[in-house]
Design a protein around this ligand. Structure first.
Ligand SMILES: *Cc1c(COP(=O)(O)O)cnc(C)c1O
Length: 384
């Protein structure tokens, strides 16, 4: 009899989430309303920032962040080549140009601060930094560069809610001019589809709030409560709103976030102990302080692309799901203009990385099973 499989990620959902949704259904107000406001206040409180605006998803959050900063045609936005494609896509959607920059190296797949000087042009307006896997190891250096050069800093903090730059450092999402979060099903705080924009800047708050809902000056919830009667449309906006059902799930998940991040850290420490001696295997962020990380992902880097693929196959044969975060953006057809860029570390990393299962309800026994499968796959993988 074979053992049950191990998914890449899994939800920590229970009676709290069911109860939260039931309350919204019984209140009979489904769209943006009191749950959204309470969820926004909860996230702002966690991060220690002044404002949080809930939106439909993390991609919408990034789009609104760029628009609120006035990024558009003719502007360049420096961003890491190893990222989910959302930031690069919405940069294009504003009419601006994403300028892909390299990562520090395969041991630290985050935007290399030394790249910023090399990629800077008179058209550079902003930098997007992404806290890969929950590790914001270079955020403070990137923030310093942006401050010195008068560039806007956007944090793509979709991996990093509840994480910090250092154990006693600022929260991820609190250093940039504006930060973006995703609450997609596989994120540390999961509600299906959802996102958040956070900022200390009241002007950015006003711009994001308005663009979130068609450029209108009031929400239907405000009109419902008699706080507004009509509205004007002052900019060309979108419908990027979050609904109250998802916000209620978000509040239930927010209550579990910090303990669940701690569980992720414990499992990550165990993985690192078990995988430390596997020949040829690189564990990214080995030097980073796990206590600061949101530990969203557990990436490993194989000695070659063939070894990585062989390892993934061996895991799959034992019912263990794995993934790749991420293909280099410069390799995508829609970003072919970036293909000539010098991005050696990003291309090397994308070719050899493999993400192992990690989720807060994962057991130590499951971590041991995955680590054993990786260890056993290595000799054949090396020969591949
Ligand atoms: C998930 C994610 C996004 C996109 O968020 P969605 O909610 O799926 O739109 C963007 N950037 C990163 C780093 C992500 O992990």
């Amino acid at each position: 009899m074979s053992e049950p499989g191990i998914p890449l990620s899994d939800l920590d959902y229970g009676a709290e989430e069911e109860q939260a949704v039931l309350e919204v259904l019984r209140r009979r107000w489904l769209s943006t309303g009191p749950e959204v406001a309470a969820f926004e206040a909860g996230v702002a409180g966690l991060l220690g920032v002044r404002h949080a605006v809930a939106v439909a998803n993390g991609t919408a959050a990034l789009h609104l962040a760029l628009l609120a900063l006035g990024i558009g045609p003719g502007d360049e936005v420096i961003q890491p080549a190893i990222n989910f494609v959302a930031a690069a896509n919405v940069t294009r959607a504003t009419g601006a140009t994403p300028v892909l920059a390299d990562i520090v190296g395969i041991e630290e797949p985050v935007l290399d601060p030394a790249e910023l000087e090399r990629r800077l042009t008179p058209r550079t307006r902003a930098v997007v930094v992404m806290h890969y896997g929950g590790y914001a190891t270079r955020l403070e250096a990137v923030a310093e560069f942006c401050r010195a050069r008068g560039l806007f800093l956007i944090e793509d903090a979709c991996h990093a809610i509840g994480g910090r730059t250092r154990p006693d450092g600022p929260m991820s999402g609190s250093l940039g001019d504006i930060a973006c979060f995703s609450f997609f099903s596989n994120k540390n705080l999961a509600i299906g589809e959802g996102g958040m924009v956070t900022t200390d800047n009241p002007e950015l708050l006003a711009a994001v709030t308005k663009l979130r809902s068609h450029g209108m000056t009031s929400l239907s919830w405000e009109r419902h409560r008699g706080h507004a009667s009509g509205y004007d449309v002052t900019v060309h906006g979108y419908n990027y709103r979050m609904d109250d059902v998802r916000a209620a799930l978000g509040r239930a998940q927010l209550a579990k976030l910090l303990p669940n991040n701690e569980k992720r850290r414990e499992l990550t420490r165990l993985y690192r102990r078990l995988l430390a001696e596997v020949p040829g295997l690189v564990l990214p962020f080995r030097e980073a302080d796990i206590a600061a990380s949101a530990c969203h992902l557990m990436p490993v880097v194989a000695p070659s692309a063939a070894a990585r693929d062989a390892m993934a196959e061996a895991l799959k044969a034992q019912g263990i799901q794995s993934s790749r975060h991420y293909p280099a953006i410069s390799g995508f057809t829609a970003f072919a203009e970036a293909a000539g860029n010098r991005l050696p570390h990003s291309i090397d990393y994308a070719g050899r990385t493999l993400t192992l299962p990690l989720f807060p309800t994962m057991t130590e026994a499951q971590v041991r099973r995955v680590a054993e499968a990786v260890t056993n796959a290595m000799p054949a993988a090396l020969a591949a």
